[in-house]
Design a protein around this ligand. Structure first.
Ligand SMILES: Nc1ncnc2c1ncn2[C@@H]1O[C@H](COP(=O)(O)OP(=O)(O)OP(=O)(O)O)[C@@H](O)[C@H]1O
Length: 560
């Protein structure tokens, strides 16, 4: 890596993501992730060839009900699929995106989510940025006028054949109606949502749309997407995934179900009270404590880090800015802002003894996004190999590249100073011992932000870890955590307690402090809607008639 050309640089610009990947592959030696393909032709899906823009996941065999969702999407139906936490909604959605992009051109399948973090999780962009509506506060007529004036957002609306919306529970109902109106107006098509096929995913019992909390005596202004006037016209099918994969213990699954509905019975209460105990783990790795507020998380993590003796190492991310989907260069500051949603921090400060969470899946291992471990030392990759320890993402074929990474970073031109100020010649990376017992060295890995077409707009190279004594409930959404601690006294939002507690995989790894009925708040309008759906026969697509026993209704699990 000829970093002499870029003294102290944190950015390097490229014409396209392909040239950046070529540069990374040929010059920096980083080759632990295959560059996203820009090719729209069908690609065989395996661990080494990700679809454009779809985050790589371990090969998972879809269950029948998950496969059914995929087939309905392939058949062109507009659907909303839901299910309680851990039923594999994200896994299913990634497969839907992969298959639809293979069926149509990837340029006509747009992937969005309600928040930046959720969008990264499915390899998409925020719904607001797809729609080109800024904050979307103005009336629909004004937004339509603004979109008509430009070419970009208008072009996106025209090009869209399928619109994927993930984490729908956080999408405001008024916004949904505005988007529906915009779509019809811009596309000049009066069919529901302007004729776009909608694939909507989420669980309304999880986090609600962000709205100002009502003060005493004020009316709750939350409007859910299912309360949108256009919802029933646009969403023709609702499918509930019922098999929970995250937890195996049936009692825990039942308790979580009760919590989701905000109705914990006496037995559930007894079980929850039993969970109010300290859990000691032999390996010294503590449970991750989930907090509702970011400041609480930072306070808890920094206090624990500062209490550790020994040297502190700071790992500074390298950010790369590419082009947006119209070929316009993205400014470095804008790229860094986008990349902050990837969870990979701009600066990661660590010490030996720090508890960390992996924020990438490591193929061929049991290590996944959410795996918890402790820093046991800082080592060069060469040193780690000498002791028989592999690098993250490493198998035999990448060993050479990982050592090239060391060579690249030991260049005495100064590039290494940015990365690892404590070592001029031998950059060291965190060595982590995970709960699984596995020990891995963690050199930087790439984190990408893709646009709604699935092409890379920005990339961050950073050590794939964050501090994990504490985590915000918001960031924990979508995660699976083996050891969790939640104090329900801090909970203030409906759905928050359920999201937090449902991250756990087992009773043994779950501690719940201060459980009380009033903290397990399901939104009354979500409950009422769920119950009304339960009573209503569901619209069934023609090719679905024979499946009605399986897909009776949205809330058939509540009937059991
Ligand atoms: N068909 C399957 N076979 C085996 N494991 C699965 C399957 N589907 C999902 N899983 C696993 O179950 C866990 C939860 O999956 P996922 O995160 O997709 O659920 P989710 O419904 O999106 O959860 P949440 O609502 O909490 O975000 C993951 O560890 C995932 O790998």
């Amino acid at each position: 890596m000829d970093v002499n050309k870029y003294p102290g640089a944190k950015f390097k610009s490229f014409d396209s993501s392909e040239t950046a990947w070529m540069w990374l592959t040929n010059e920096s030696g980083v080759r632990d992730t295959v560059p996203p393909s820009q090719d729209h032709a069908p690609i065989t899906y395996d661990r080494t060839t990700p679809e454009p823009g779809v985050p790589r996941q371990e090969l998972i065999e879809l269950s029948d009900e998950q496969e059914h969702v995929v087939r309905q999407c392939e058949a062109g139906h507009s659907i909303f699929f839901t299910g309680s936490a851990g039923t594999g909604k994200s896994v299913t959605l990634k497969e839907v995106i992969r298959r639809l992009r293979r069926m149509y051109s990837s340029g006509s399948v747009f992937v969005t989510a309600s928040t930046g973090i959720a969008a990264i999780n499915v390899g998409g962009t925020t719904l607001h940025s797809y729609a080109g509506i800024g904050l979307g506060k103005e009336p629909a007529e004004v937004l339509i006028k603004n979109i008509r004036k430009g070419t970009k957002a208008k072009g996106r609306w025209w090009a869209t054949r399928v619109l994927v919306i993930d984490e729908i529970s956080m999408v405001d109902g008024n916004l949904f109606d505005k988007l529906e109106q915009i779509s019809r107006a811009i596309r000049g098509n009066n069919e529901p949502f302007g004729g776009i096929q909608l694939v909507i995913c989420g669980d309304f019992f999880q986090l609600p749309p962000v709205s100002k909390a009502p003060s005493a005596g004020q009316r709750d202004t939350t409007k859910f997407a299912f309360e949108a006037e256009s919802w029933s016209r646009c969403v023709k099918q609702m499918i509930t995934l019922r098999t929970v994969f995250r937890q195996r213990d049936n009692e825990l699954i039942e308790m979580l179900d009760m919590m989701r509905m905000g109705q914990v019975d006496a037995i559930g209460l007894w079980y929850f009270r039993k969970l109010d105990r300290e859990v000691e783990y032999d390996d010294g790795i503590e449970p991750t404590e989930l907090f509702p507020l970011r400041a609480q998380v930072e306070g808890a993590n920094n206090a624990r880090l500062n209490a550790l003796p020994g040297e502190e190492l700071r790992f500074i991310a390298m950010d790369y800015a590419f082009h947006d989907m119209y070929g316009k260069s993205i400014k470095p500051e804008a790229a860094s802002k986008l990349l902050d949603d990837t969870l990979a921090p701009r600066v990661l400060t660590l010490r030996v003894g720090a508890q960390v969470m992996l924020i990438k899946n490591i193929p061929e291992t049991k290590l996944v996004n959410g795996s918890i471990g402790t820093i046991v030392s800082f080592e060069t990759t060469e040193g780690a190999y000498y002791h028989g320890i592999s690098a993250a993402g490493d198998d035999n074929s990448t060993r050479r590249e990982a050592s090239q990474l060391d060579d690249a970073n030991t260049d005495d031109s100064g590039g290494d100073l940015e990365r690892n100020p404590s070592s001029y010649t031998l950059p060291r990376w965190p060595m982590v011992k995970f709960i699984t017992g596995e020990v891995r060295i963690m050199p930087p890995m790439p984190f990408e932000v893709v646009n709604a077409h699935g092409n890379s707009e920005a990339m961050r190279q950073q050590v794939p870890l964050i501090l994990a004594w504490a985590l915000s409930i918001h960031k924990s959404q979508g995660q699976t955590l083996e050891r969790v601690k939640v104090d329900l006294n801090g909970i203030f939002e409906k759905g928050q307690a359920y999201v937090a507690v449902s991250r756990a995989t087992s009773f043994a790894g779950l501690q719940v402090k201060n459980f009380s009925q009033d903290k397990v708040m399901a939104h009354p309008r979500v409950v009422a809607w769920a119950q009304s759906i339960e009573k209503k026969p569901q619209p069934v697509a023609e090719d679905e008639m024979e499946m009605t026993s399986d897909e009776e209704g949205y809330w058939n699990e509540a009937r059991d």
